[in-house]
Structures are given as C-alpha cells and as structure tokens.
Design a protein around this ligand. Structure first.
Ligand code: FES
Length: 157
C-alpha cells in the first residue's frame, strides 16, 4: 500500500473505499478517487461503481432512484430521467416502430454513456479500480474541475 491508501498490484491500483458492512448500510456513497467522483452503490447483493455525474448534463446520480428496465438494474438521473445500467453504464431508452401494429415500445441501448468502475472485496474491505479504458465516454466530460466544484458544493446527501 502506498501513502495514498492505494494497493498497487500489477499495473492498476486498488483504492480503499471503506468497510464492506459500512457501505452496505449506507447503500450509496460518493468517493473522490484520483480526482474522479465515483458513486458506489450496494444494490440487491452487488456493489457497483459509476461516474457520479450524469453524462447528459451532469446531474447528481447519487440522488437518483434505482429501477429495473428490461430486466436490468438502472439508475435514473433525477434531473431529466435518463436511465443508465449499473453494470455497464449503457444509456437505455424506449422506442416504437411505427410500422409494427399494435404499437409496442421496446428498450434500446445508446451504448456505454456512463463510465463504470470495478469494486472488489478483500477481508471485509472494499476497493475500487478505476476504469481507465482508452477512448472517451460521455460522462468523462463532467469529471472536470468545473463540474467537480459545483457538485461538491451541492453536497452528496
Ligand atoms: S442531467 Fe441526467 S438526465 Fe439530464
């Protein structure tokens, strides 16, 4: 472990998030890791980590509801109700094919819009590994200092 509380293994550091039981009890926390604000969630027995500000316009996802759409757990942004899968960060929307009667909305994917990260457990502690995959993901835009300041002033509760 280095002086920043990181366990460095192979090429990717593991950032200490907290005690597993504490995060289960809280259900959601926002952590700043390497100048990135990440929402860590406990939902139905699994942990998820997702960029904390919505890819659409920077909405505070820590205030969003979690709902199931098309059998997938999603967070719903409180600002304009965009839906993102917790596991992949895919933006979901409903579409209707007007040539098919009766009209029936189906769920479609916009692709990955929100960067998701990896949570691992070790001896009752949780660690985050940032997803540093190359190529921009839309939510990266709201991880700049400008939005970070606004977000942190609003608070995370
Ligand atoms: S900011 Fe999230 S839906 Fe618009």
């Amino acid at each position: 472990m280095n002086s920043d509380g990181q366990i460095v293994a192979a090429s990717k550091p593991f950032h200490f998030l907290g005690k597993k039981e504490d995060i289960i009890q809280a259900e959601r926390v926002v952590k700043s890791v390497c100048e990135r604000d990440v929402l860590v969630l406990y939902h139905q027995g699994d942990f998820y980590a997702i960029d904390a500000r919505c890819y659409h316009a920077g909405g505070p996802l820590h205030k969003g509801d979690i709902e199931e759409f098309d059998g997938r757990s999603c967070i719903v942004c409180p600002w304009h109700k965009y839906k993102m899968t917790l596991a992949e960060g895919e933006g979901l929307y409903q579409a209707v094919d007007p040539s098919v009667k009766p009209l029936k909305p189906t769920w479609c994917s916009k692709g990955v819009k929100q960067r998701v990260h990896n949570v691992t457990e070790s001896n009752g502690d949780l660690f985050l590994t940032l997803n540093d995959s190359p190529g921009a993901i839309d939510s990266d835009h709201y991880q700049t200092e400008k939005y970070r300041d606004t977000f942190m002033k609003e608070g995370t509760k």
